[in-house]
Structures are given as C-alpha cells and as structure tokens.
Design a protein around this ligand. Structure first.
Ligand code: HEM
Length: 414
C-alpha cells in the first residue's frame, strides 16, 4: 500500500509522488540522470562518479522516463542480473510512443517477453550477421568519407552536427532502401522523438514517422527490393506473415535503436580523443588499436538507459522489488561501476572487454555488429583525414541526460 505521508516533490517541481511502503525512505533520492535534465558538465566525470560514491541503489521520483518513480541500481552486478532476469521482469510497455498517438502496437523485439520475443528477434538476426555487415562496408566507408570531406579543410567542425548525427542516419537509410536526401528529415524526427520534452511535438513527429515508414512498407509489400523493409514485411512469425503493426514495430525498433545510439557514441568517443591527444596519436599511428579503443570507450561512455517492470517479488542488491515496480537500467552507471572496473573514468586498452553498453540477456543488442563496425569506420576515417584535433577553446557542451546521454554539440579544431 502506498504511504501518503511518504510522498516527495521531485526537484523539477512535478507533482508529488507516492512512495510505496516496501521502499525504505532513506533510499528515496533524486535521480540525477532524469529525462529532461541537462548539464554543461561532463556527466561521466562528475554526476556518475558522485552517484557511485553515494549509494548502490536509489528509488528516484519520476526516474522512469520522467513519469513514474523507479528503482535505479548503480552496481554493474545488479544491472546485469536484471537484464538477465525475464522471470521477474517484463520489457512490455516501456516505450511511450504508441500510447502518445492513441495506438497500441509494440516496439519489437525489444518490448516482447519470452516466448514471443525469439520469433520477432529471428526476423532481424539473419539480416545483421557478420557477413551482412561486411557487405555494407564499402557503403559505410564512403558515407563516412563523404561527410568528412565536407568540413576537412575548414580547420574545425561540430562533431555532432557535421558527422556523428549524419553518418548513422545514412547507414540506416541505405539499409532501409530510402533516399539519402532524407538524412536531414530523419535526423530532425529522431531528435524530436528522443530529446524533445514537448509531448504535442513528439506525438506529431511520431505520426509523421509512422506515415513515412508505413507508406514505404506498403510499397515494398507489393514490390519487394533488396532492403530491410522488404525483408521485414515479407517475414514470417510462428508460421504466418507478420501483421502490419508487428512489421512496423520492428522497423521502428531499428529506427529508435540504431541511430541515436551510434551518433551519441561517436560523439563521446571523438570528444574523448579531443581531450586525450596521446591516445589520439597512438590510434592514428596504429589503426589496429582502434577496435580495442572503441570497445573501451563504449564502456566508459555507455550512453543508454533501458527500463523494465517487476512482475514477481524479487530481491536485488539488498532491496525488495514488488510487482508493478519500475526499474531504470542505466548502462552508463553500470559500465562505470568502480567495483567492476577500477578507475572507471580512465581509458585502459588492456581492460577485459566486457561491458553492458549493449545490454545482455535475451534482448542484448541485435545490431551490435553493425554498431561496432560503424564506430570503428567512423574513427578510422576521421583519424585518417583530420590532423591532431582538440576541443574548441570556447567549447560549451550541453548534454541531455535521460535515456540517451546526448550532447548538443562537440566543437573541435585542428
Ligand atoms: C552504439 C550503438 C548501440 C547501442 C549502445 C545499443 C544499445 C542497446 C541496448 C542496451 C539494447 C538492450 C535493450 C534491452 O535490454 O531492453 C539494445 C537492443 C537492441 N538494439 Fe541496439 N544499440 C546500438 C546500436 C544498434 C543498431 C545499429 C541497431 C540496428 C541495426 C540496434 C538495434 C537494436 C534492437 C532491434 C534491439 C532489441 C533487441 C531485442 O530486444 O532482442 N542497436 N541495443
């Protein structure tokens, strides 16, 4: 039963929230990585280490997507345990997008639980194998070169606007068989869906994205091409064709999961290199170190937070969770846990390559091979084309916290 006296007002003055009785009052604390919060600090060097120093677990008002209260675990072992546990936690209903436009399709496979999950994941897995990713190599490399060429002789650029945002969108459009002229439109939609706090605007964008993708899905249903949309609309699940809602849910998962994440990671990695000239020069001198560096920076700058809902009473990290309890799984916190990774803010190329940036368990990122390849190609091409670079002296970088740790700009000079 909720305890009315045990209610708190969140720091952003949103309405008071009721804290259930099973939550120890001393664990009710603001969640600093709340959706909608921003900072000019580097959160990986300030907010996250501070959270680790303060508590291994908290119950944060509005921590669940800025709406409901949620448990937040800081320790890698607790986050890993929840990622692995489909008996006590469901992934259902964590995306607000369908509800926002009064519909009820699911984002698939990420919002499906076992046993349904596997069939939906099997639609995508054969399209994202090492061989399929290798076949995209030339296209990805020439897209990276194309964008770098545009600013190469300018002596500086905004990594976000000029490169990190555009490159993954072009890879996605190519996978989906959509024209590259739509890069700016898809970038704008993506930013609005994931970083706007204006619900009316998000709902309008959601409708526009749905209309655009559905139009294309219907065309490919009649006239299939050699692209992912055509594959998805003709895919089978449990011996039948996917429904239009299911096929859309899968296309939308790729859109949501495959763009912002790569963009964000490219930007954090180039920002790190702009501040760490020694590492930058080592990678330029020996490209064989780039995949290892990418992996270690994926850990240190893990940027995604994922949600779950408890469906069966369970103990995690010394606290009891009850059915209905929401949980935010911050890969940023987990991958910077000093217990799991000594000196977590330091980039050490000889660390064991194990982190939670791509999640783990049945929902672990199905696009992981493509993502890694995009990140490696991005760094290889950037370091080949651009001489020693550093952050612009007047750089003021605003980071949006929340589900993806997104920087508005990363100005660099060379
Ligand atoms: C650096 C880039 C990326 C990061 C950090 C990332 C991170 C993640 C994480 C943490 C999950 C687990 C979600 C959960 O447990 O609920 C996930 C799942 C997923 N990712 Fe990625 N991702 C990236 C790139 C991509 C790309 C490029 C694609 C598509 C080509 C993609 C498609 C997906 C899909 C479809 C799922 C759901 C898998 C399932 O539920 O079985 N991701 N990703």
């Amino acid at each position: 039963m909720p305890n009315e006296e045990n209610s708190v007002v969140s720091p952003d003055h949103t309405p008071p929230t009721v804290i259930p009785d099973h939550v120890p009052p001393e664990l009710v604390k603001p969640y600093p990585l709340l959706v909608g919060e921003t900072t000019y600090e580097d959160p990986f060097k300030t907010i996250i280490p501070k959270m680790h120093a303060q508590t291994p677990v908290l119950y944060g008002p509005h921590a669940w997507l800025g709406m409901e209260n949620a448990w937040v675990f800081c320790r890698e072992k607790d986050v890993r345990a929840i990622f692995m546990d489909t008996e006590h936690f469901t992934s259902e209903g964590f995306s607000p997008f369908a509800k926002l436009i009064g519909e009820n399709w699911a984002v698939l496979p990420v919002e499906a639980d076992p046993p349904m999950h596997r069939g939906f994941r099997n639609v995508l897995a054969p399209e994202l194998t090492p061989a399929k990713v290798a076949a995209l190599e030339n296209q990805m490399r020439s897209a990276a070169r194309f964008y770098i060429e545009e600013f190469k002789s300018d002596g500086g650029c905004d990594v976000m606007e000029d490169f990190a945002a555009r490159f993954p969108v072009s890879v996605f459009l190519n996978l989906f068989g959509l024209p590259l002229e739509e890069v700016d439109q898809f970038m704008a939609w993506e930013f609005d869906l994931l970083h706007s706090s204006d619900m009316t605007s998000i709902a309008g964008t959601m409708k526009a994205v749905k209309t655009r993708l559905l139009d294309e899905m219907r065309v490919r249903k009649e006239k299939p091409g050699n692209d992912l949309i055509s594959h998805i609309v003709h895919a089978e699940h449990q011996g039948r064709l996917l429904t239009e809602d299911e096929a859309f849910g899968i296309c939308f998962n790729l859109y949501l999961g495959g763009l912002d994440t790569v963009t964000t990671n490219i930007a954090w990695q180039l920002r790190h290199l702009a501040n760490d000239i020694e590492l930058q020069e080592s990678l330029r001198a020996d490209e064989s170190l780039i995949p290892v560096a990418v992996e270690e920076m994926l850990r240190a700058y893990a940027s995604v937070a994922i949600s779950r809902t408890c469906i069966k009473r369970v103990e995690v990290g010394g606290v009891t969770l009850m059915p209905g309890d929401r949980v935010m799984l911050s890969t940023s916190l987990a991958s910077n846990d000093p217990v799991a990774y000594p000196d977590p803010t330091e980039i050490k190329l000889d660390r064991a390559q194990r982190h939670l940036s791509f999640g783990t368990g049945i929902h672990n990122c199905v696009g992981v091979r493509l993502a890694r390849r995009e990140l490696v190609i991005a760094l290889e091409e950037f370091l080949r084309a651009i001489p020693t670079f550093k952050l612009a002296p007047d750089a003021k970088i605003l980071t949006h916290l929340g589900n993806v740790m997104y920087q508005e700009c990363v100005p660099i000079v060379w």
